[in-house]
Design a binder for this molecule. Structure first.
Ligand code: SF4
Length: 371
């Protein structure tokens, strides 16, 4: 006979953890203790949770677990960047990257194995879509990274100050799991991150942005990459379904839903001779009128057989000057972690060689959960 499946406590939000303990006939305060043991101290064995009664520890071992994926590989770069390959199951692995920058430490997490959206400049898109990550698999990335520095409560300054959903996958196509994982990241009993410092980066799934606006207060980044629909549809094919006009309207709505939301980040990867001309910079200024935002110009990181080249620095500078001259916030992203293949656009693709399952994204968008 199969044993009943144990509940993986890594995946539970505070409310779910409280409900879990109530279902065991315990006070909901146990949820606070156990969340701190897991997320602050990195303890996964109930036997070491010494402020719980022995009877409860035995009971937990019977019905629950704290399960994290196996670390298949970890690599710490000389510039402080850290990268992990986590083995999810026999067929799937993901990559997670930590990038320090002064007092800021940014963890880039994945939300899916592969991605169905096939953006032309992205190595993940070339891998095709395999599956969504569970809440536990998303949180495990923060857990593993945090534990590489030691227990949270023993550290004066927290090494992970920011989390960005910019790894493998389109986070808004794994909506429920991403939102729950973000709630654990924001919770003081979880990782205590500020809502300004947890960023969902999306290619522009408009109904899901609208739903996100009403669900949780987080920072939003849009993978924009082009100032007009024709070019954006080439670079980011999902634009054919959600063109710029609807995307910009959705961005304005997102900002309007919470008064303290200041601005959205517009990501713009600089591709030589494709989207980096002065005229395109001026078009971008026009497109972004009335959308409080900052533009992040990203040097393209070539991958094998990539059809694009990185824009020359002088061209990037010229593009940035036009944006700044028009009153937009515009910065150029530093490239980091090149020595461990962890710079943006190089995240993933080294893990497994897969048969591509592309062009099915329209069928995979769970429309019924988005509207
Ligand atoms: S840029 Fe993002 S949405 Fe586009 S293919 Fe890559 S992972 Fe997917």
């Amino acid at each position: 006979m199969n044993e009943p499946k144990k509940t993986n406590l890594l995946a539970l939000t505070r409310a779910e953890m409280q409900a879990f303990f109530e279902s065991l006939g315990e006070h909901s305060y146990r949820a606070h203790q156990v969340m701190k043991w897991i997320h602050h101290h990195g303890v996964v064995d109930f036997a070491y949770m010494t402020d719980l009664s022995k009877a409860l520890r035995v009971r937990l071992a019977e019905v629950a677990c704290v399960q994290t994926p196996e670390i298949a590989l970890q690599h710490f770069s000389q510039d402080g960047t850290r990268k992990w390959v986590l083995k999810l199951d026999a067929a799937n692995a993901i990559e997670t990257v930590f990038i320090p920058d002064g007092k800021r430490g940014t963890l880039c997490v994945s939300s899916q194995v592969g991605c169905a959206l096939d953006c032309r400049f992205c190595s993940t898109g070339k891998q095709g879509f395999q599956r969504d990550l569970s809440v536990a698999e998303i949180i495990a990335q923060v857990f593993v990274a945090q534990q590489s520095f030691g227990p949270l409560d023993n550290l004066g300054q927290r090494p992970i100050t920011n989390v960005v959903f910019m790894g493998m996958g389109e986070p808004l196509l794994n909506f429920e799991a991403v939102v729950k994982a973000a709630q654990v990241m924001l919770d003081d009993l979880g990782y205590g991150l500020s809502k300004r410092r947890v960023t969902i980066s999306t290619s522009g799934i408009v109904p899901a942005i609208d739903r996100l606006a009403e669900t949780v207060d987080l920072s939003l980044a849009i993978s924009l990459h082009a100032p007009d629909d024709a070019l954006r549809t080439q670079l980011v094919p999902v634009n054919a379904k959600y063109p710029l006009k609807s995307l910009m309207a959705s961005c304005r709505n997102y900002l309007a839903c919470y008064s303290e939301r200041k601005r959205i980040t517009m990501e713009y990867v600089m591709l030589e001779g494709v989207n980096d001309t002065a005229q395109q910079a001026r078009q971008l200024v026009t497109l972004l009128q009335g959308v409080p935002c900052k533009v992040n110009l990203i040097p393209f990181n070539p991958f094998p057989h990539a059809p694009y080249r990185r824009s020359r620095p002088a061209q990037v500078e010229r593009f940035q000057k036009i944006l700044l001259g028009a009153g937009l916030f515009a910065s150029v992203r530093k490239t980091r972690g090149d020595d461990i293949d962890a710079a943006c656009g190089q995240l993933v693709g080294q893990v497994v060689d897969r048969t591509r399952r592309q062009a099915q994204w329209q069928a995979q968008i769970p429309v019924q959960t988005l509207v």
